[in-house]
Design a protein around this ligand. Structure first.
Ligand code: PBG
Length: 323
């Protein structure tokens, strides 16, 4: 029996009834804000392709984090813009590196805010690839050592969670082993388990000054066409000891967030990446789309697909709206 007995519109008649039957809710503590930390003092340089996002020195980052915490946002994830880059990504695993200094400053001033670190080499290598380049190729096994050193160094600085994003095979296991050996058994790993070779990282690479100087990342990041392989990547990372997993980007990969939700019991994160953010901002600036509604609709969709939390450049604005 269908219409006229069944009229789904009955439950859409007023905002009160819509709120009563709403299936997906957003809250400020669903969000993690990505931040870019750079050397210097009093530095706050806006990133051209990402309005409202900045490269910030540690003193400015601390101020930003105080505001982030006051809005009820769960935490931040730090990316570093080092003074210098080299062939061995040494700035990435230096205890005096830019991310390590940033973590220490934030944990000192805003201790309750969760500080995650992105564990990768592309911001620190002169060639911009995510690992050690040997004969024109990124060498998987040689890169694992750098990643393990970086994660340990971040943990030593006080990072609450480390998040490897390089897509080398075996890196979660290598990082877990190194953290445990150095006395950081309590530090969780959020693995960027299914990270795709996506054009939507374009604005980020301007922000982090990390575009590869030759070739691309398709030899290590995933083919956007592959969903089964994403489930395999997640399963492998969990076997290696990942505590939480991430799908990235978010909106073009909602099907995989849902599949992962149905298959795995661990917390799932999704990264609404720079290009997803910048598309909404650009369309809004042209008057082609309502910025606030596009922000909330996209975040709601990512949560509805099954993500427990979202890394998003909208974290502060969305939290403000939900307050
Ligand atoms: C580092 C890293 C990237 C992003 C997060 N971690 C860039 C890349 O893989 O090229 C992208 C985030 C974004 O676009 O917002 N490997």
């Amino acid at each position: 029996m269908a219409f006229p007995v069944h009229r789904p519109r009955r439950l859409r008649a007023t905002e009160s009834i819509r709120a009563l039957v709403r299936e997906t809710a957003l809250a400020p503590d669903d969000f993690i804000l990505p931040l870019f930390v750079c050397p210097g003092e009093g530095v706050k340089r806006e990133i051209g392709s990402m309005p409202g996002n900045y490269q910030m020195s540690t003193d400015e980052i601390v101020k930003e984090c105080a505001e982030v915490a006051s809005l009820g946002v769960s935490g931040v994830i730090l990316f570093g813009i080092p003074e210098t880059k080299d062939e061995t990504a040494s700035g990435g695993y230096d205890d005096q590196g830019i991310v390590q200094r940033g973590v220490r400053a934030i944990k000192r001033e805003v201790p309750k805010l969760i500080v995650m670190t992105d564990v990768c080499n592309c911001e620190y290598t002169s060639h911009g690839h995510c690992g050690k380049v040997v004969a024109g190729e990124v060498d998987n096994d040689a890169t694992l050592e750098w990643l393990a050193w970086s994660a340990v160094s971040h943990a030593r600085a006080g990072a609450d969670i480390v998040a490897p994003s390089d897509m080398m095979d075996g890196r979660v296991g290598a990082i877990r082993k190194a953290l445990d050996a150095e006395g950081f058994a309590r530090v969780p790993i959020l693995s960027y388990a299914a990270k795709f070779a996506s054009c939507f990282y374009g604005p980020f690479r301007e922000a982090a000054e990390s575009a590869p100087q030759f070739g691309d990342r398709r030899g290590y990041q995933m083919d956007p066409a592959n969903g089964r392989e994403a489930m395999r990547e997640i399963a492998l990372d969990l076997e290696e000891g990942a505590d939480m997993i991430m799908i990235k980007p978010a909106l073009p990969y909602l099907d995989l967030i849902r599949q992962a939700r149905d298959r795995f019991e661990v917390p799932i994160a999704a990264y609404q990446v720079s290009g997803e953010f910048s598309m909404i901002m650009a369309a809004a600036r042209n008057g082609w789309i309502d910025r606030t509604r596009a922000m909330m609709e996209s975040l709601t969709s990512i949560r509805r697909a099954g993500a427990d939390f979202v890394l998003t450049y909208f974290a502060k604005d969305a939290a403000r709206l939900l307050a």
